[in-house]
Design a binder for this molecule. Structure first.
Ligand code: HEM
Length: 510
C-alpha cells in the first residue's frame, strides 16, 4: 500500500514537473506584456511561426499591440514591434540583454561550431581592420580582380556585341557574387610565373563554381536545419555537406592558397591563440562562409531585378554609373570592354546607394534576438512601462515594424529608388507621428550584433551592379514579368529569396 502511495506521489510530481517545463503554469504578471501561449503545450506557436513568421507576427500585433510575449518551442519570446523601444534594447548592457546565448546555440546546431568567450571580440577586431577603412580598400581591389576573373574573361566586343545571352537572374547574380566574394576572402589558387596565371585563374573559376553549387544545397536546407525540423534524408545530406565544407575550407587547405584575406587569416590566428583546436577552426571557417556569402548574392539579384522593372530607376542609376566611369577615365569602350571599379568610384554614387538601401528595406528581414539575463523595464511610445522577465528572449523584426511600416515609409511595397536621398543627394530623415525615427531600416541588425561585414557587403553588391550596368545592356526576357513572391519560410535569416527564378538577357554594350 505504502509503495502504491509513493508511486502515485512520484507520478503526480512528475506530471506537474512536466507540465511546468511545458510552460503550462506560466501566468502574466502585473506590468508584463500580453502573454499568448497558444494551445499546444511547449510548442506554443512554433508551427505558425515557422510557416510564415511575418504573417504570424502581423496577426499577433493585431491581437495584442506592439509588444507581446509568445511561446515558441519551449521559449518565451517577447516581440517588440514599437520602433521607439529599439534604441533602449540594442544599447542595453550585455549583463542584462545578451545576444550570444541565442547565437551560440544556433551556430552549434547549424555549423557544428562551439563559440568561445572571445569570439565576438575576435570577429569585431578583424572586421574593423580588414572590412572597413584602409582594409576595405585592399578588399575592394581583391574583389574587383575576382569579378574580372569571372566576368571579363573570354569577352569579345565589337561584332558579337549584338548577341544576347539568356540566363536565370537569381542564379546568375548569386553565382557571380558568391564566387567573387569567396575568392577575395578565402584566397586563390597558387601559381608560379606569369605563364601559369591563366591556368590558376581557370582553376579558381572551376573550384569556386563547385563551391557555389554545394553551398546552394546547404542554403536550401538552412531554414529547416535552423528550426531542427529536417526529415531524416535531408538530415543526412546536411551532415554530408557540413563535413564537406569543414574539409574544403579547412585551415590546412587554406594555407595552400594565395591572396588569402587578412580577415580570414587573422581570425584563424586569434582563435588558435585563444586555444581553439584546428578542427573547430575549420568549422568556424564554414560559419564565416555562410555569414559572408549567404546574403550578398540574393540582394544583388533583387536590386538588378527592381532596376529592370523600373525604367526610371534604371536610367538614373545607369546615368550615375556612366558619369562616374567617365570622370574616372574608366569607361568601357569598343574593343576594350574592361573597367576597373575602385573604392573611390563607389564613394560617388548616392543614387546607387539609395537604390541599394531601398532594396535592403524591402528584402532584408533578420530577426534580432537577445536573452533577458535580468528583469528589465521597457517604456513604449505611448508611455506604458512593461517588465520583461529574466529567462525570456526579446526579439525585434524590423522588416515588419519599420521597413514595411507605411507610417514611416509611405507605399512600402513600392520600389522607390530615391527614397533615401533628397534631390541634392543628401540623406533623408524619416518620421513617425511627427517624431524622427532613428532605426528606420535595419538590414544589418543593430547594436553589439550589427553585421561587421556591412561595408564590404555594400561594396561587393555595388561593384557587381556597377559592372553589369557598365558592360551590358540588360532586360527581362518577358517585359511583363511579375516580381516573384518571396519564400516565406526564410523570414529571420537575412535577405529573402524568391520562390522562383526570372529569365533575363544581357549583351555587351560595346
Ligand atoms: C547583404 C549582405 C548582408 C546582410 C543583409 C547581412 C546581415 C547581417 C545581420 C542582420 C547580422 C546580425 C544578426 C544578429 O544580430 O543576430 C549579421 C551578422 C554577421 N555578418 Fe552580415 N550581412 C551581410 C553580409 C555580410 C558580409 C559580406 C560579411 C563578411 C564578409 C558578413 C559577416 C557577418 C558576420 C561575421 C556576422 C556575425 C557577427 C557576430 O556574431 O559577431 N556579413 N549580418
Amino acid at each position: 500500500m505504502a509503495l502504491c502511495g509513493i508511486l502515485l506521489c512520484t507520478l503526480i510530481a512528475s506530471l506537474f514537473g512536466g507540465l511546468y517545463l511545458l510552460g503550462m503554469f506560466r501566468r502574466r504578471r502585473p506590468g508584463e506584456p500580453p502573454l499568448d501561449k497558444g494551445i499546444i503545450p511547449w510548442l506554443g506557436y512554433a508551427l505558425d511561426f515557422r510557416k510564415d513568421a511575418s504573417r504570424f507576427l502581423k496577426k499577433m500585433q493585431r491581437k495584442h499591440g506592439d509588444i507581446f510575449t509568445v511561446l515558441i518551442g519551449g521559449y518565451y519570446f517577447t516581440f517588440v514591434l514599437d520602433p521607439s523601444c529599439f534604441g533602449a534594447i540594442v544599447k542595453e548592457s550585455r549583463s542584462k540583454l545578451d545576444f550570444r546565448t541565442f547565437a551560440s546555440k544556433l551556430v552549434w546546431q547549424v555549423f557544428g561550431y562551439k563559440p568561445i568567450e572571445a569570439n565576438h571580440t575576435i570577429i569585431q577586431a578583424s572586421s574593423t581592420k580588414h572590412l572597413m577603412g584602409d582594409g576595405l580598400t585592399v578588399m575592394t581591389q581583391a574583389t574587383m580582380e575576382n569579378f574580372k576573373k569571372l566576368m571579363l574573361f573570354n569577352l569579345s566586343s565589337g561584332e558579337e556585341k549584338q548577341v544576347w545571352q539568356e540566363d536565370n537572374l537569381f542564379h546568375y547574380c548569386y553565382n557571380i557574387v558568391f564566387r567573387a566574394g569567396y575568392l577575395a576572402l578565402y584566397g586563390t589558387q597558387q601559381h608560379q610565373g606569369a605563364e601559369n596565371k591563366e591556368k590558376a585563374n581557370e582553376q579558381d573559376r572551376i573550384h569556386s563554381n563547385e563551391m557555389f553549387h554545394e553551398f546552394r544545397k546547404y542554403d536550401r536546407l538552412f531554414p529547416r536545419l535552423a528550426f531542427a525540423v529536417l526529415p531524416p534524408k535531408d538530415k543526412i545530406e546536411a551532415e554530408r555537406l557540413k563535413k564537406l565544407f569543414w574539409s574544403m575550407l579547412s585551415v590546412k587547405k587554406n594555407w595552400q592558397k594565395d591572396n588569402i584575406s587578412g580577415w580570414i587569416s587573422d581570425q584563424n590566428q586569434l582563435l588558435a591563440e585563444n586555444g581553439v583546436p584546428e578542427y573547430m577552426r575549420d568549422r568556424f571557417m564554414f560559419m564565416l562562409l555562410w555569414a559572408s556569402q549567404g546574403n550578398t548574392g540574393p540582394t544583388a539579384f533583387w536590386l538588378l531585378l527592381y532596376l529592370m522593372k523600373h525604367k526610371e530607376a534604371m536610367k538614373a542609376v545607369k546615368d550615375e554609373v556612366d558619369k562616374v566611369s567617365r570622370e574616372s577615365a574608366q569607361e568601357a569602350k569598343p574593343g576594350t570592354p574592361t573597367i576597373n571599379v575602385t573604392k573611390d568610384m563607389l564613394n560617388q554614387t548616392p543614387v546607387l546607394d539609395s537604390a541599394l538601401e531601398e532594396t535592403l528595406r524591402m528584402v532584408a528581414a533578420p530577426i534580432l534576438v537577445r536573452a533577458v539575463l535580468e528583469d528589465i523595464s521597457l517604456k513604449t511610445s505611448s508611455g506604458t512601462e512593461y517588465t520583461l522577465r529574466k529567462g525570456d528572449r526579446i526579439a525585434l523584426f524590423p522588416h515588419l515594424s519599420v521597413q514595411m511600416n507605411p507610417e514611416i515609409h509611405p507605399e512600402p511595397h513600392e520600389f522607390k529608388y530615391d527614397r533615401f536621398i533628397n534631390p541634392d543627394g543628401t540623406k533623408k530623415y524619416f518620421y513617425k507621428n511627427g517624431k524622427r525615427v532613428k532605426y528606420f531600416s535595419m538590414p544589418w541588425g543593430a547594436g553589439v550584433s550589427i553585421c561587421p561585414g556591412r561595408f564590404f557587403a555594400s561594396t561587393e553588391i555595388k561593384m557587381f551592379v556597377f559592372l553589369m550596368l557598365s558592360l551590358y545592356d540588360l532586360e527581362l526576357v518577358n517585359r511583363e514579368e511579375e516580381i516573384p513572391a518571396i519564400d516565406v519560410s526564410r523570414w529571420g535569416f537575412g535577405t529573402m529569396q524568391p520562390v522562383r527564378d526570372v529569365r533575363f538577357r544581357y549583351r555587351l554594350r560595346f
